[in-house]
Each structure stands twice: as C-alpha cells, then as structure tokens.
Design a protein around this ligand. Structure first.
Ligand SMILES: [Zn+2]
Length: 281
C-alpha cells in the first residue's frame, strides 16, 4: 500500500490582507494533514518502450477499406480494428475478405447490423426510417448488438472484441443504451477530444477522432500529442480514397509510413490488444 499525504496551504496571519473593509475581522486557515491509503496508478508503459499507443480503426465495412486501406496496413505491418456494419453491401458481398483480415491479426469490431443513428440530429437526412435510432427502444438495440457479436464470432471465432456506437449516438427512445451493452465488450470508442493523461480514462471508454479529409500534418500532430502525453491516440477512418468521410489514399499511406518509421514512439495495434495491455497484470 502506498501512503499519499496531502498538505493544504497554511495562512496563520490576517494582518495586511485588507479584510477589515469587507467586514471580516480575521480569517484563519488551519494547517491540515491528511494521511490516506490510496492506490496510485503506475506510470503507463507501452510495449517496446513506445511513448503512445495508437489505435487505427475503420468504420462501416466499406469497399474502399478493403481496396486501399488493407494493402497500406500490410505494407507497413500495422494492425487495426475494422468496425463492421453487418448489413453493408461490402460486408455481405466480400465476407471472405473480412474474415481474412481477422486471420491476418486485425480486429473485427462490432458496429451493429443496421447502423442506426438519430435522425433528429443535424445533417442526418441520410438516416432511413428503419435506421432511426430515435424510434428504437432499448430492447431492440440491445438485441441487435448481441446478434452482431454472434455473427462476428461465427466469422472470426473470437469471444472478446470492442465496439463503436454508430454515429457515436447512444440515446434511444427510452434511454441510453451504452451501459447495457458495456459488459459485452473489452473496450468502447466514443467521440470526443483526446485525453491528456491516462488518469483521465475511466471504465472501458476511449475518445476517438473521426477525421474528414485531414492533412498529413493534422494526423501526425494528433499522434505526436499522444506521444507527448504518454496516452492513446484513437483515429476512426471511414472511406479511404472513396466512399464517405474520406481520407486521401496518399495521405493515409504517408501517415501509416510515418507511424511505422517511429516504433520508438508509437505502438500501433488493435483496440482489443491495447485493452488487453491495460488490464492489471
Ligand atoms: Zn459508422
């Protein structure tokens, strides 16, 4: 056990503080020493002495990911997580290729079956009536996410994986579904700014960035900031040189080359493997 001792500032004199004008004759601050037994988390260390963990992910099971991203990852020997939407055309027509990704060491993450998102939010004209999460009860989304896990297990044989809620939306007709499905996963990605310290991370959630047409420098700055802070950089790509929310193929390629060139700073692996690394040893 480690003893943590807190000391508060001590002010013993009121003279010269000019408090009388405020109707206060005197203030006294008492010294306080509190001894508490609290576990202190060890400083985070990453495999290979890297300064940051990097989780690259690819959402929605898109053709452009199979056509461009997979080759670039293989060329640089990097592993990523593909969050598959199981009713997407590219999933249904190219299942063997997704299965091959798992065999090559990538993670197949859960991104539900129908990719339901809230139609009531801005820029959601593309959300169909069937996909409108605002109209889904908790029971329906819970059942869908469980069913997606079963289908993915049939594909890759894995019993543990991570999850990204489609659009980052978790509010449904009768509540927020995330707490209900959290026990099903080793980790969850949520939209948000990156943490500046590992102590800011709690539970299974990790903030991620959805870059849309990013520059190479923006991508590099994002991972370098994580290296400075000793944290995890999570990037969620969608289309790569095609499809929606694109990143340019050359920029994507150059970014992967940058990561691969600096293994002293970046440990790149699947989100599942990063979560396993974070478990108490
Ligand atoms: Zn998505």
């Amino acid at each position: 056990m480690i003893k943590t001792v807190f000391r508060m500032i001590i002010v013993t004199s009121c003279s010269g503080l000019g408090l009388s004008g405020l109707g206060l004759s005197c203030l006294s601050f008492t010294s306080l020493t509190v001894a508490a037994e609290e576990p202190v988390p060890p400083p985070q260390s990453w495999p290979g002495g890297a300064k940051a963990a990097v989780s690259l992910s690819y959402d929605d099971a898109l053709n452009s990911q199979l056509d461009y991203a997979v080759k670039a990852l293989a060329e640089h020997h990097l592993k990523a997580t593909f969050y598959l939407t199981l009713n997407s055309d590219a999933y249904k027509t190219r299942q063997a290729e997704w299965q091959a990704l798992a065999k090559a060491g990538h993670e197949l993450g859960n991104h539900t079956i129908h990719h339901a998102c809230r139609a009531s939010l801005a820029n959601r004209e593309w959300v169909t009536k069937e996909q409108d999460l605002d109209q889904w009860p908790l029971a329906k989304i819970n059942a869908e996410i469980r069913a997606a896990n079963q289908q993915l297990q049939q594909l890759d044989g894995q019993t543990s994986r991570t999850f990204t809620p489609p659009c980052g939306d978790t509010q449904v007709l009768d509540g927020d579904y995330l707490a209900n499905v959290t026990p099903l996963f080793s980790g969850i990605k949520v939209l948000g700014p990156p943490v500046t310290s590992m102590s800011e991370l709690s539970g299974k959630q990790l903030p991620t960035w959805f870059p849309v047409e990013p520059t190479l420098q923006q991508l590099i700055d994002y991972v370098e900031q994580a290296a400075t802070n000793g944290t995890i950089a999570s990037i969620t790509f969608h289309g790569v040189g095609g499809d929606h929310l694109q990143v340019d193929t050359n920029i994507h390629q150059q970014f992967l080359a940058y990561l691969a060139k600096h293994p002293d700073r970046f440990w790149v692996d699947t989100y599942q493997n990063i979560r396993l690394h974070l478990l108490p040893q």
